[in-house]
Design a protein around this ligand. Sequence first.
Ligand SMILES: C[S@@+](CC[C@H](N)C(=O)[O-])C[C@H]1O[C@@H](n2cnc3c(N)ncnc32)[C@H](O)[C@@H]1O
Length: 315
Amino acid sequence: MYNLPMSAIEYQRLIMNDRVRMDAFAKALRQTVTPGCTVIDVGSGTGFLAFLARKLGAKRCILIEREEEFLELSRAIARRNSIRGCEFLHAHSAEIRGLPKADLVVSETLGNFAYEENILETLTDARRFLKKGGVMIPQRIEQYAAPLVTQGLWREIASWDHANHDLDWSEARRKSMNNMYVKIVRPRDLLPGTGAAKRWDDADLTGGKLRSIRTGELQWHIGSPVTIYGFALWWVCTLLPGIVLSTSPKEPPTHWQQIFLPVEQPLRLAKGETLRLGLRSDSRPAVKINVSWTAEQISASGKTMGSQSMDMRKG
Ligand SMILES: C[S@@+](CC[C@H](N)C(=O)[O-])C[C@H]1O[C@@H](n2cnc3c(N)ncnc32)[C@H](O)[C@@H]1O
């Protein structure tokens, strides 16, 4: 996925200044941390969640972080703030054995697309850290998609069309279009009407087997002629019942922004036609993340008039 290269500390600075993220996690911790409880923070980064849990009365906090640089930083932050009662483990959480069972497992390993940091796999595995009746934060991730009807983002990605200098850039253009982008999508970029946003995935992080390959099928019935330039994706994450973090273009902005999937060529749809979208994401650890989709234009009589598809592996 396209993202600006960013130093590790710059990324931490960015997320620590994301007020929407911070407030939602702080609220969830205030609601669940009880005096004397044990908390495991999976993917602890600077240690924010664990340190807050300690301040709220947790007796013991175990920080698990795969990046040594961050673990050392969190150790230094704990020393600087005289925070005791924390244990610092440098490991991938899946490798850890023999921990005491926790009352609360908390993890902020949400990606822009939601699944690219392997949150599904990490949290399925991390359930073994919980005591019977213990609480997991977050609890659910829902994924949404909507067609985009404005040109701006599409023109930016398709700008190979103007690179020119007497060279044919179509090979490079194809690669660019076969990708997903972290971008700001505004509500006015979406297909108008109340039915634009549709849910294509729903992952319950608290129980049951979570598949790493997620698929969804959506369709939009077109009420008036429209040109589609791609799709926007976003997620809604329930940290605890009633405490929800959302990257919807209609909600307050977060550092996660939205995902933009460009179509190779704009799709011109007439009244009465249907736009179908099939989405697939694969976050098996060996793959890390791959997203692919197929969009089909269906006539009022049910005939497929054209289709386009994207697979990140080609991008
Ligand atoms: C988005 S940061 C969040 C940091 C911190 N928890 C916070 O909320 O500010 C996620 C961190 O989790 C770490 N991480 C992701 N998956 C992990 C895993 N399975 N085991 C250990 N660390 C992990 C990453 O290296 C990264 O530092």
